[in-house]
Write a protein that binds this ligand. Structure first.
Ligand code: SF4
Length: 299
Protein backbone atom coordinates (compact mmCIF):
# COMPACT_ATOMS: atom_id res chain seq x y z
CA UNK A 1 0.00 0.00 0.00
CA UNK A 2 1.50 3.39 -0.94
CA UNK A 3 1.15 6.59 1.13
CA UNK A 4 -1.86 7.84 -0.82
CA UNK A 5 -3.78 4.62 -0.31
CA UNK A 6 -3.01 4.72 3.40
CA UNK A 7 -4.27 8.26 3.64
CA UNK A 8 -7.52 7.53 1.80
CA UNK A 9 -8.11 4.45 3.93
CA UNK A 10 -7.76 6.43 7.16
CA UNK A 11 -9.84 9.35 5.93
CA UNK A 12 -12.65 7.22 4.53
CA UNK A 13 -13.18 5.47 7.86
CA UNK A 14 -12.84 8.42 10.23
CA UNK A 15 -15.89 10.24 11.56
CA UNK A 16 -17.14 12.92 9.17
CA UNK A 17 -16.56 16.49 10.43
CA UNK A 18 -20.25 17.45 10.69
CA UNK A 19 -20.78 14.58 13.16
CA UNK A 20 -17.43 14.97 14.86
CA UNK A 21 -17.39 18.73 15.49
CA UNK A 22 -20.98 19.90 15.33
CA UNK A 23 -24.36 18.71 16.71
CA UNK A 24 -25.95 18.24 13.28
CA UNK A 25 -26.12 21.86 12.14
CA UNK A 26 -23.70 24.70 11.40
CA UNK A 27 -23.71 28.40 12.04
CA UNK A 28 -23.31 30.59 8.96
CA UNK A 29 -20.09 31.83 10.57
CA UNK A 30 -18.59 28.33 10.18
CA UNK A 31 -18.81 28.71 6.40
CA UNK A 32 -17.34 32.20 6.43
CA UNK A 33 -14.45 30.97 8.61
CA UNK A 34 -13.88 28.20 6.10
CA UNK A 35 -13.63 30.70 3.30
CA UNK A 36 -10.83 32.43 5.24
CA UNK A 37 -8.94 29.23 6.06
CA UNK A 38 -10.64 25.86 6.49
CA UNK A 39 -7.63 24.32 8.19
CA UNK A 40 -7.65 27.15 10.74
CA UNK A 41 -11.34 26.57 11.43
CA UNK A 42 -10.69 22.84 11.97
CA UNK A 43 -7.77 23.55 14.31
CA UNK A 44 -10.19 25.78 16.24
CA UNK A 45 -12.13 22.57 17.03
CA UNK A 46 -9.22 20.17 17.43
CA UNK A 47 -6.68 22.44 19.17
CA UNK A 48 -8.78 25.02 21.06
CA UNK A 49 -6.05 25.42 23.70
CA UNK A 50 -3.85 27.14 21.08
CA UNK A 51 -6.45 29.75 20.10
CA UNK A 52 -5.89 33.25 21.51
CA UNK A 53 -8.68 34.85 23.51
CA UNK A 54 -10.84 37.34 21.59
CA UNK A 55 -8.86 40.56 21.00
CA UNK A 56 -10.21 43.80 22.58
CA UNK A 57 -11.53 45.06 19.21
CA UNK A 58 -13.69 41.95 18.89
CA UNK A 59 -15.10 42.48 22.38
CA UNK A 60 -15.76 46.13 21.51
CA UNK A 61 -17.44 45.03 18.25
CA UNK A 62 -19.84 42.80 20.22
CA UNK A 63 -20.70 45.72 22.52
CA UNK A 64 -21.49 47.94 19.52
CA UNK A 65 -23.69 45.23 18.01
CA UNK A 66 -25.61 44.92 21.26
CA UNK A 67 -26.04 48.70 21.53
CA UNK A 68 -27.51 48.84 18.00
CA UNK A 69 -29.79 45.92 18.74
CA UNK A 70 -31.18 47.59 21.85
CA UNK A 71 -31.91 50.75 19.85
CA UNK A 72 -34.59 48.96 17.83
CA UNK A 73 -35.58 45.79 19.69
CA UNK A 74 -37.37 45.15 22.96
CA UNK A 75 -36.47 42.14 25.04
CA UNK A 76 -38.74 39.84 26.99
CA UNK A 77 -37.40 37.08 29.25
CA UNK A 78 -38.91 33.68 28.44
CA UNK A 79 -38.15 30.52 30.40
CA UNK A 80 -37.19 27.65 28.13
CA UNK A 81 -37.26 24.03 29.25
CA UNK A 82 -36.21 22.03 26.18
CA UNK A 83 -34.45 22.20 22.82
CA UNK A 84 -37.93 22.35 21.26
CA UNK A 85 -38.58 25.55 23.28
CA UNK A 86 -35.31 27.11 22.09
CA UNK A 87 -36.08 26.45 18.42
CA UNK A 88 -39.70 27.56 18.90
CA UNK A 89 -38.48 30.97 20.13
CA UNK A 90 -36.29 31.35 17.03
CA UNK A 91 -39.24 30.57 14.74
CA UNK A 92 -41.54 32.86 16.70
CA UNK A 93 -39.06 35.75 16.57
CA UNK A 94 -38.54 35.27 12.85
CA UNK A 95 -42.31 35.26 12.17
CA UNK A 96 -42.71 38.43 14.23
CA UNK A 97 -39.91 40.16 12.34
CA UNK A 98 -41.41 39.12 8.99
CA UNK A 99 -44.75 40.60 9.98
CA UNK A 100 -43.34 43.73 11.52
CA UNK A 101 -43.90 47.02 9.75
CA UNK A 102 -40.86 48.73 11.29
CA UNK A 103 -38.35 50.20 8.87
CA UNK A 104 -35.52 48.40 10.62
CA UNK A 105 -35.40 45.00 12.35
CA UNK A 106 -32.20 43.87 14.02
CA UNK A 107 -30.72 40.51 15.05
CA UNK A 108 -33.26 38.51 13.09
CA UNK A 109 -32.88 34.74 13.53
CA UNK A 110 -32.59 32.80 10.29
CA UNK A 111 -32.19 29.10 9.56
CA UNK A 112 -32.73 26.57 6.83
CA UNK A 113 -31.22 24.14 4.39
CA UNK A 114 -28.62 24.95 1.85
CA UNK A 115 -27.75 21.88 -0.17
CA UNK A 116 -27.39 19.13 2.49
CA UNK A 117 -26.39 21.34 5.40
CA UNK A 118 -28.73 22.88 7.96
CA UNK A 119 -27.61 26.39 8.88
CA UNK A 120 -28.50 28.82 11.62
CA UNK A 121 -27.59 32.47 11.82
CA UNK A 122 -28.66 35.92 12.90
CA UNK A 123 -29.13 38.71 10.38
CA UNK A 124 -27.72 41.96 11.73
CA UNK A 125 -30.35 44.14 10.13
CA UNK A 126 -33.27 43.99 7.73
CA UNK A 127 -34.30 47.30 6.18
CA UNK A 128 -37.89 47.53 5.00
CA UNK A 129 -39.08 49.98 2.36
CA UNK A 130 -42.38 49.60 0.48
CA UNK A 131 -42.47 45.91 1.46
CA UNK A 132 -39.06 45.32 -0.07
CA UNK A 133 -36.63 43.77 2.42
CA UNK A 134 -32.93 44.52 2.24
CA UNK A 135 -30.45 42.44 4.21
CA UNK A 136 -27.64 44.35 5.82
CA UNK A 137 -24.59 43.31 7.83
CA UNK A 138 -22.76 45.56 10.29
CA UNK A 139 -19.01 45.15 10.70
CA UNK A 140 -16.82 47.10 13.05
CA UNK A 141 -13.19 47.98 12.38
CA UNK A 142 -10.66 49.40 14.79
CA UNK A 143 -9.64 52.09 12.28
CA UNK A 144 -11.57 53.58 9.37
CA UNK A 145 -10.03 51.31 6.71
CA UNK A 146 -11.87 48.75 4.65
CA UNK A 147 -10.66 45.16 5.09
CA UNK A 148 -8.82 43.45 2.22
CA UNK A 149 -10.60 41.48 -0.50
CA UNK A 150 -10.26 38.10 1.29
CA UNK A 151 -12.09 39.39 4.34
CA UNK A 152 -14.67 41.29 2.31
CA UNK A 153 -15.42 38.04 0.47
CA UNK A 154 -16.28 36.35 3.78
CA UNK A 155 -18.71 39.21 4.52
CA UNK A 156 -20.27 38.90 1.06
CA UNK A 157 -20.71 35.16 1.48
CA UNK A 158 -22.42 35.77 4.82
CA UNK A 159 -25.06 38.20 3.47
CA UNK A 160 -25.69 36.08 0.38
CA UNK A 161 -26.33 32.99 2.52
CA UNK A 162 -28.77 35.01 4.63
CA UNK A 163 -30.53 36.13 1.46
CA UNK A 164 -30.79 32.55 0.22
CA UNK A 165 -32.13 31.22 3.54
CA UNK A 166 -34.66 34.03 3.74
CA UNK A 167 -35.86 33.33 0.18
CA UNK A 168 -36.48 29.67 1.12
CA UNK A 169 -38.02 30.16 4.54
CA UNK A 170 -41.67 29.45 3.70
CA UNK A 171 -40.57 26.23 1.96
CA UNK A 172 -38.73 24.90 5.01
CA UNK A 173 -39.07 21.10 5.17
CA UNK A 174 -40.42 20.67 8.72
CA UNK A 175 -39.86 16.90 9.01
CA UNK A 176 -36.32 16.97 7.64
CA UNK A 177 -35.52 19.89 9.95
CA UNK A 178 -36.91 18.27 13.11
CA UNK A 179 -35.16 14.98 12.26
CA UNK A 180 -31.85 16.77 11.74
CA UNK A 181 -32.13 18.79 14.97
CA UNK A 182 -33.51 15.77 16.85
CA UNK A 183 -36.60 17.71 17.88
CA UNK A 184 -40.04 16.29 18.52
CA UNK A 185 -42.56 18.49 16.68
CA UNK A 186 -45.48 17.06 18.69
CA UNK A 187 -43.95 17.62 22.13
CA UNK A 188 -45.85 20.17 24.22
CA UNK A 189 -43.84 23.38 24.53
CA UNK A 190 -42.97 24.85 27.92
CA UNK A 191 -45.58 26.85 29.80
CA UNK A 192 -43.85 30.20 29.34
CA UNK A 193 -43.29 29.60 25.62
CA UNK A 194 -46.96 28.72 25.12
CA UNK A 195 -47.95 31.86 27.03
CA UNK A 196 -46.02 34.07 24.58
CA UNK A 197 -46.48 32.21 21.31
CA UNK A 198 -50.10 31.05 21.84
CA UNK A 199 -49.28 27.68 20.24
CA UNK A 200 -48.70 24.34 21.92
CA UNK A 201 -46.17 22.59 19.70
CA UNK A 202 -43.29 23.17 17.34
CA UNK A 203 -45.41 21.70 14.56
CA UNK A 204 -47.96 24.52 15.01
CA UNK A 205 -45.23 27.15 14.72
CA UNK A 206 -43.65 25.48 11.70
CA UNK A 207 -47.09 25.45 10.00
CA UNK A 208 -47.47 29.18 10.67
CA UNK A 209 -44.00 29.77 9.24
CA UNK A 210 -44.89 27.86 6.08
CA UNK A 211 -48.02 29.99 5.67
CA UNK A 212 -46.02 33.22 5.61
CA UNK A 213 -46.31 35.03 2.29
CA UNK A 214 -43.20 34.91 0.13
CA UNK A 215 -41.00 37.86 1.09
CA UNK A 216 -39.75 40.25 -1.57
CA UNK A 217 -36.03 40.70 -1.21
CA UNK A 218 -33.86 43.36 -2.75
CA UNK A 219 -31.15 41.85 -4.95
CA UNK A 220 -28.78 44.44 -3.52
CA UNK A 221 -27.37 43.56 -0.11
CA UNK A 222 -25.55 45.95 2.16
CA UNK A 223 -22.42 45.76 4.31
CA UNK A 224 -21.80 48.70 6.64
CA UNK A 225 -18.33 49.24 8.10
CA UNK A 226 -18.10 51.24 11.29
CA UNK A 227 -14.96 52.61 12.94
CA UNK A 228 -14.70 51.74 16.63
CA UNK A 229 -12.53 54.76 17.44
CA UNK A 230 -15.06 57.23 16.03
CA UNK A 231 -18.14 55.06 16.63
CA UNK A 232 -19.39 55.99 13.16
CA UNK A 233 -20.12 54.21 9.89
CA UNK A 234 -17.41 55.11 7.38
CA UNK A 235 -18.33 52.90 4.41
CA UNK A 236 -21.46 51.34 2.96
CA UNK A 237 -20.79 48.65 0.37
CA UNK A 238 -23.59 47.45 -1.91
CA UNK A 239 -23.28 43.79 -2.80
CA UNK A 240 -25.10 42.33 -5.80
CA UNK A 241 -26.64 38.98 -4.90
CA UNK A 242 -24.80 36.30 -6.87
CA UNK A 243 -26.38 32.94 -6.10
CA UNK A 244 -24.09 30.99 -8.42
CA UNK A 245 -20.95 32.32 -6.71
CA UNK A 246 -22.41 31.69 -3.26
CA UNK A 247 -23.58 28.13 -4.04
CA UNK A 248 -20.17 27.22 -5.46
CA UNK A 249 -18.51 28.33 -2.21
CA UNK A 250 -21.07 26.48 -0.10
CA UNK A 251 -20.68 23.31 -2.19
CA UNK A 252 -16.93 23.35 -1.56
CA UNK A 253 -17.51 23.89 2.19
CA UNK A 254 -20.06 21.08 2.23
CA UNK A 255 -17.59 18.59 0.72
CA UNK A 256 -15.44 19.06 3.82
CA UNK A 257 -18.31 18.79 6.31
CA UNK A 258 -19.66 15.62 4.71
CA UNK A 259 -16.24 13.97 4.76
CA UNK A 260 -15.73 13.99 0.99
CA UNK A 261 -12.30 15.61 1.33
CA UNK A 262 -9.93 16.61 4.17
CA UNK A 263 -9.50 20.19 5.42
CA UNK A 264 -7.47 22.51 3.20
CA UNK A 265 -5.30 25.43 4.26
CA UNK A 266 -4.62 28.57 2.28
CA UNK A 267 -3.01 28.76 -1.18
CA UNK A 268 0.52 30.12 -1.52
CA UNK A 269 -0.87 33.49 -2.69
CA UNK A 270 -2.72 33.81 0.62
CA UNK A 271 0.14 32.62 2.83
CA UNK A 272 0.11 36.07 4.48
CA UNK A 273 -2.86 34.80 6.50
CA UNK A 274 -0.52 32.32 8.23
CA UNK A 275 1.47 35.19 9.77
CA UNK A 276 -1.55 36.09 11.91
CA UNK A 277 -2.67 32.53 12.68
CA UNK A 278 -2.53 30.98 16.17
CA UNK A 279 -1.87 27.54 14.69
CA UNK A 280 0.94 28.46 12.28
CA UNK A 281 3.85 26.89 14.23
CA UNK A 282 2.41 23.41 13.98
CA UNK A 283 0.18 23.67 10.94
CA UNK A 284 0.62 20.52 8.83
CA UNK A 285 -0.75 22.26 5.71
CA UNK A 286 1.66 25.21 6.01
CA UNK A 287 4.66 22.97 6.74
CA UNK A 288 3.83 20.75 3.73
CA UNK A 289 3.56 23.82 1.47
CA UNK A 290 6.93 25.13 2.66
CA UNK A 291 8.54 21.74 1.93
CA UNK A 292 6.86 21.66 -1.48
CA UNK A 293 8.33 25.06 -2.33
CA UNK A 294 11.77 24.09 -1.00
CA UNK A 295 11.83 20.93 -3.10
CA UNK A 296 10.79 22.86 -6.21
CA UNK A 297 13.57 25.40 -5.51
CA UNK A 298 11.15 28.32 -4.98
CA UNK A 299 12.47 29.18 -1.47
FE1 SF4 B 1 -4.45 28.17 7.67
FE2 SF4 B 1 -2.01 29.16 7.44
FE3 SF4 B 1 -3.17 28.97 9.82
FE4 SF4 B 1 -2.35 26.79 8.57
S1 SF4 B 1 -1.05 28.46 9.33
S2 SF4 B 1 -4.27 27.07 9.63
S3 SF4 B 1 -2.79 27.31 6.44
S4 SF4 B 1 -3.83 30.27 8.12
Amino acid sequence: MNDCTNYFFLFAFSEVPIDKWRPGYLWVSHLTSQLWCEQQMEYGFSRPQLASPDPPQMVRGSELHLARELESEEYVDITVQSDEDVFAIKIFNLINHLNDSKEISREVPIFGWIQNIFLMGKIDEIQRKDNLLKISEFKTRKKAFLPGKAQQDTHKLQVMIYQYLMSQISRLDAKRTCDKLQLNPEKKLGEDVIKHTSVETLRDLLCILQLQPQVTLSDKLLIEYSCQEQDAVFAKIDVAYDETWMLEKVEKCQQYWLGQRPAEGVDIEEAWKCSMCDFADDCAWRIAKVKEMQSSGNV
